[in-house]
Design a protein around this ligand. Structure first.
Ligand SMILES: [Zn+2]
Length: 290
């Protein structure tokens, strides 16, 4: 219900040319140069990792583009790309539904981004599968427990680094992409740490990550197995050149899978492409409320 209520706010905050997001650009770029020692160490470890799949992936150009690199300065694209693009994003997986989502994406030759958690070890092979099928993997959270994740800045990065290691085991590197549980605009974190989001939106880019919020929600988090038509109605909007679309990939979101083909067809008919997020993609940031 919170998600539904926030869509209107988010749609306003997360459009193109929004002052709040543009003004953040200069801060994020200058902050990119500040490397955190523990992340630099993690990068070093990566090269020594004995996994042959890991070595293969790390040497790959795509891996190099998507890997966390605190030394790297990226000119982030807060204004969006010229083309009509939908960035389909799936939070909270992997799950029982991930492979179904991947098959639908493949059937439309559509790429997406999965912001994963560490909660479901039994489905972790789907992280690698999603990546090998051309999708991008981002970090959501290890536990998704708000009271743990937002207990402190240190607790937040502990959790993020843990899910980073889970992903590294599957694809060979720690990706730079993140999505905050609840988005940067969440207010639930205020119950645990007043002001923490204000700090994290600075500190996350300072450590070489980029966070991605969304400008269109599918409403699928507002209930268990909502009717597909409710999801389609919420997800299919006219008027955005670049759509950063939030879905959830979990065992209780079967109707997200049911709705996905209709959502893809809606945007396809209107000339949109479906791209996985990379460093050149539209960066959508919400306003911060804590
Ligand atoms: Zn989530």
């Amino acid at each position: 219900m919170l998600a539904v209520a926030m869509i209107a706010v988010i749609a306003v905050l997360c459009g193109f040319g929004v002052v709040a997001t543009v003004s953040f650009a200069s801060r994020a770029m200058s902050a990119g140069a500040q490397a955190a020692p523990q992340d630099a160490a993690a990068q070093g470890e990566q090269a020594q990792d004995g996994q042959s799949q890991g070595e293969q992936a790390a040497s790959d150009e795509r891996a190099a583009e998507l890997a966390l690199d605190p030394e790297r300065t990226t000119e982030w694209n807060y204004d969006g790309v010229e083309e009509k693009v939908v960035y389909l994003t799936f939070d909270d997986g992997p799950s029982y539904n991930t492979e179904k989502i991947l098959d639908i994406l493949d059937s439309y030759d559509a790429k997406a981004t999965f912001f994963v958690t560490g909660r479901s070890p039994e489905y972790r092979a789907s992280i690698k599968d999603a990546y090998e099928r051309g999708n991008t993997i981002g970090l959501h959270t290890m536990t998704h427990d708000y009271d743990k994740v937002y207990a402190s800045t240190e607790a937040f990065f502990d959790d993020l680094e843990q899910v980073g290691e889970v992903v590294k085991e599957e694809i060979g590197y720690v990706p730079y992409l993140t999505r905050f549980p609840g988005g940067a605009s969440n207010t639930i974190s205020a119950s645990y740490s007043p002001g923490i989001m204000t700090e994290l939106v600075e500190e996350v880019p300072a450590r070489g990550y980029q966070y991605y919020d969304w400008n269109v929600g599918s409403a699928d988090a507002s209930g268990i197995n909502l009717p597909p038509e409710t999801i389609v109605e919420s997800a299919c909007l006219e008027g955005y050149r670049n759509v950063m679309l939030l879905f959830h990939d979990s065992n209780t979101k079967d109707t997200t899978v049911d709705a996905l083909p209709q959502v893809i067809e809606f945007y396809k008919e209107r000339g949109y492409e479906f791209r996985a997020i990379d460093r050149e993609s539209f960066v959508c940031h919400h306003g911060v409320n804590n």
